[in-house]
Design a protein around this ligand. Structure first.
Ligand code: KIV
Ligand code: ZN
Length: 498
C-alpha cells in the first residue's frame, strides 16, 4: 500500500469564495475538526493578504497538534517573511510559495519570459528554505504549462530545496488523461523527482477535478490538495471526501490515506453551516440524496442485499441511522455532547446561549437534527449587528395585498415602518429599506432551502445583495421562512451599512 498525503485547503482556497469568510474562532473549529479527521497538512491561510489571515495562521498553529500547518505566499520575499512570522507557533510549519508558469501568466500577468520566471522560482524557494525545512513550490496554471518547461522548473526548485512540488490545474482545463500524462511526464523526465513529493491541486471548472486528481495519483503524485465539500474558487476544488472514499473503495489501487472516514459527514455539515454554503443534495458522498434510494426497484434491491445498489456503507462516512435525536426534553449535556461530535466545543457561557435558542426551536419543531444544531451555533453572529430586526409582522394570502411592518434597532434607536409588496418577503424588505431610509440595494440571488423534511422544518435562506457595485452575502435560518428571508436581508445590509 502506498501512503497518499491529504493536504486540506478548505481554510485557504475554500475560504477565498465570496461569502464563505470565517472568523478566527470558526477557523480554529474547522482546523480542529480537520485534525480529528486525520488530514496531514492544513493550509491555514495567506498571511500577507490581511491581518485576519495572518492571525488565523498564528492561532491555528497554536491550536493544532500534529498536522503540518501551511501558509501560502507569492514568490515575493515580504510574503515569505509574513508566512515565517505567522508560522512561529507551528509544531510543523510549511511555506507554500510559487509563481505562474504558463505562457498566459508569464506573458500577460508578469510581462516576463521563461528564464526570468525560472530564476524567481529558484530564488523564492531558496529564500523560504532559509527559514523552514518544509517548502512546497506551486507552478500556478501548470495545467496549461508546456511540459518541457514545467519539468525544468520542477527540477530547479527541487534542487533549490523544495520538499513538495504542486502541479495545479488552476483553471480546471485539463482532461483526466492529459493531467495524468503530465504527472507521468514529470515522473519520467525530472531526474531528481524522487527527492520531493508531487502534489495535485485541481479545480472543478469542467467538473473534472476529482477525475484529474485520481489520474494524478495513479501516475505518481503522492499528495492531493482538496477541500471539504469541494468548496473553492469558482466551481471549487477537488473534494476531500470523494478522494478518501475513492481510494477506500478501490483497494486494488493500493493507495491509503490517514482519513478517519467516519468523521466525514460531520465535518461536511460543520463546514457547510459555518460557511453558509449549502451542499448540493446530489453531491457525491455527502449530499442529502447520496444514500437515498427512491425508486421502487432500487429500494427492493437494497432491502434484499445492500450491495446491489450501494457501493459504500453510509456508516463508513459517519451517517448513523441511530443517532440520538434531540427534543425539547434534552438537557444541556446532550446538546454539548452532540455538538462535540460535530466538532464544536463551546464554553459554558456560549452553551447557555445556544441552549436557550435550542429550547425555543424545540418548541416549534419536534426533532432537532445536526443541521439545526449547527445552525443555532452559527446564529449568534447577529450579536455584533448594528441593525437588528426586532419585530416583523406580515399579512398575505390569496386575494390580499401583502403588507409588512417591521421594527429595527438601529444602533440603539428603534425605528418602525410598514410597506406593501407583491408578496410577504417583498413587503418585509421594502419596510426594512424604508426604516433605514435607503433603497439603493438590489437582491441578486435568493435561495430558500429546507434543512430536513416536514412542514415544521427550519428553512435556510441565502441572499446576495448588491450595493454600490459590490455584492454582500446574507444568511439566516428560521422555521418561519418569511422571517428567515427578511433576517437574511438584514444580515447582508449589516455588512455595509454604518
Ligand atoms: O489554483 C491554484 O493554482 C492555487 C495556487 C495558489 C496553489 O490555488
Ligand atoms: Zn487553487
Amino acid at each position: 500500500m502506498d501512503r497518499l498525503f491529504i493536504f486540506d485547503t478548505t481554510l485557504r482556497d475554500g475560504e477565498q469564495v465570496p461569502g464563505c469568510q470565517l472568523n478566527t474562532v470558526e477557523k480554529i473549529q474547522v482546523a480542529k475538526a480537520l485534525e480529528g479527521l486525520g488530514v496531514d497538512v492544513i493550509e491555514a491561510g495567506f498571511p500577507v493578504s490581511s491581518p485576519g489571515d495572518f492571525n488565523s495562521v498564528v492561532e491555528i498553529s497554536k491550536a493544532v497538534t500534529w498536522p503540518t500547518i501551511c501558509a501560502l505566499t507569492r514568490a515575493v520575499e515580504k510574503d515569505i517573511d509574513a508566512a515565517v512570522e505567522a508560522l512561529r507557533f507551528a509544531k510543523k510549519g510549511r511555506i507554500h510559495t510559487g509563481i505562474g508558469t504558463s505562457e498566459y501568466h508569464i506573458r500577460y500577468k508578469f510581462n516576463s519570459n521563461q528564464d526570468a520566471i525560472l530564476e524567481r522560482a529558484i530564488a523564492c524557494t531558496k529564500y523560504a528554505k532559509k527559514f523552514v525545512e518544509d517548502v512546497e513550490f506551486y507552478c500556478e496554471d501548470a495545467g496549461r504549462t508546456d511540459n518541457e518547461y514545467l519539468a525544468r522548473v520542477v527540477e530547479a526548485v527541487i534542487k533549490a530545496g523544495a520538499t513538495v512540488v504542486n502541479i495545479p490545474d488552476t483553471t480546471g482545463y485539463c482532461l483526466p488523461d492529459e493531467y495524468g500524462a503530465k504527472i507521468k511526464y514529470l515522473m519520467e523526465h525530472v531526474p531528481n523527482i524522487h527527492q520531493a513529493v508531487i502534489s495535485t491541486h485541481c479545480h472543478n471548472d469542467l467538473g473534472m477535478a476529482t477525475a484529474n486528481t485520481v489520474q494524478g495519483v495513479l501516475n505518481g503524485a503522492r499528495q492531493v490538495e482538496v477541500t471539504i465539500n469541494g468548496i473553492g474558487e469558482r466551481a471549487g476544488n477537488t473534494s476531500l471526501e470523494e478522494i478518501a472514499m475513492i481510494f477506500k473503495s478501490h483497494k486494488e489501487k493500493e493507495i491509503i490515506t490517514n482519513i478517519n472516514t467516519t468523521r466525514i459527514y460531520n465535518i461536511s455539515r460543520l463546514v457547510s453551516s459555518l460557511m453558509n454554503m449549502p451542499v448540493q443534495p446530489n453531491k457525491a458522498v455527502v449530499g442529502r440524496n447520496a444514500f437515498a434510494h427512491s425508486s421502487g426497484i432500487h429500494q427492493d434491491g437494497v432491502l434484499k442485499n445492500r450491495e446491489s445498489y450501494e457501493i459504500m456503507d453510509p456508516k463508513e462516512i459517519g451517517i448513523d441511522d441511530n443517532a440520538i435525536v434531540l427534543t425539547a426534553r434534552s438537557g444541556r449535556a446532550a446538546l454539548k455532547h452532540r455538538l462535540s461530535i460535530l466538532g464544536v466545543d463551546l464554553d459554558q457561557e456560549k452553551l447557555d446561549i445556544v441552549y436557550q435558542d435550542f429550547l425555543k426551536l424545540a418548541d416549534r419543531k419536534k426533532d432537532i437534527n445536526d443541521d439545526d444544531v449547527l445552525m443555532l451555533v452559527g446564529k449568534d453572529r447577529t450579536a455584533m449587528h448594528r441593525i437588528k430586526l426586532e419585530h416583523l409582522q406580515v399579512t398575505s394570502g390569496i386575494g390580499l395585498q401583502a403588507m409588512a411592518s417591521v421594527c429595527l434597532n438601529l444602533s440603539g434607536v428603534r425605528r418602525c415602518e410598514a410597506a406593501a409588496g407583491n408578496g410577504p418577503v417583498d413587503a418585509g424588505i421594502k419596510a426594512v429599506k424604508k426604516a433605514i431610509s435607503n433603497s439603493d440595494m438590489t437582491i441578486q440571488e435568493f435561495l430558500i432551502q429546507a434543512i430536513n423534511k416536514g412542514s415544521d422544518d427550519t428553512g435556510k435562506v441565502h441572499m446576495q445583495v448588491e450595493y454600490n457595485g459590490n455584492v454582500y452575502y446574507g444568511f439566516s435560518a428560521n422555521t418561519d421562512i418569511i422571517a428567515a428571508s427578511v433576517e437574511a436581508f438584514v444580515d447582508a445590509i449589516n455588512k455595509f451599512i454604518n
